[in-house]
Write a protein that binds this ligand. Sequence first.
Ligand code: PLP
Length: 386
Amino acid sequence: MAVYKSIESALIHGGIYGDQHTGAVNVPIYQTSTYEQKGLGENTGWEYSRTGNPTRAALEALIAELEGGTAGFAFGSGMAAITAVLSLFREGDRVLISSNVYGGTFRVLDKVFKNFGIGYSIEDTTDPEALEKKITPEVRAILVESPANPLLTITDLAAVAALAKKHRILSIVDNTFMTPYLQRPIELGADIVIHSATKYLGGHSDLVAGLVVVSDRALAERLAFLQNATGGVLGPFDSFLLIRGIKTLGVRLDRHVENAEAVAAYLQGHKAVKKVYYPGLPDAQGYEINRKQAKNGGAMISFELKENYDIRKFFSSLRLIALAESLGGVESLVCHPASMTHASIPYEIRQKVGITDGLIRLSVGIENAGDLKADLENAISESEVR
Ligand SMILES: *Cc1c(COP(=O)(O)O)cnc(C)c1O
């Protein structure tokens, strides 16, 4: 059936292409909640849009194909996707999470699932040998991000998947920072991939969405049940927007990464910069592992300015790069993890995992790299305490 071999073409032609009734090259927005039945028990395969909607189904088929999984599921946000996946577990189960996991993932485990008797513990997933010792009988899954937010820590996804297989537990990867264009965890052995599609997949900072892809039929049935039972589905219009965004993912990411590499090199050579975290730099933690499992270092950079630079002044002096939560859009965004994305993580834990008050996270957009460097240069020089 597929007349293409590469992901660049799959981004555009994957899943369900166009509309067979009219020849429209785009899947229509089926803005409907229900579907007329010919008679009792005689439906068209569509019954109610929480259970299934053709526009959402096209998106779900597309992300499943891109990630190399069995089935895809679209949700109203990344957190709704994560919540559905965590609903696989029951009282007494425990989930191991990376120490730099997304703040909202930590929060939903700590403030919601803990109340239902599902436990978690924060582990250094970069060390598979140490991680294996933490797999006690109640542990049912390992949930990792690579690169992890915000220090861009790399975890060996194949090693974690192998550990999970050995202990008959699930390996779950939040692939938001890489997308299937740069990294495909299921090919590395993962059971479940999660996305905040709000970020690179949507790509234009104009929607909030989440996706899940599973690697086998049994998990697909369980996720389909949970999606319908808990109901956090993505609407038809946002599903359409997301399909639209995914078509340009390849060209966008090529530019995102080209710019990120230029900005990382610029920051690393700057006298005001104490440390740069970017998986594409040869001296970065996990550089070799990332090269093995991903196409490149992605487009997220974190860095710390030296003590004689005022970080508040730095943020207020940026003119092109916007101070905002989120990432992965065409526009460059900067944030302060300690007070923004990771504020829900207690101070002591933040210090322990290296999310210092001086840390700056940059989502490198697709503007001109020279303009981005000039904006950073200006803000850095404005923030120097003389
Ligand atoms: C943003 C984000 C989420 C949460 O997704 P929402 O779409 O904001 O609900 C989860 N994981 C990662 C890595 C994220 O960056």
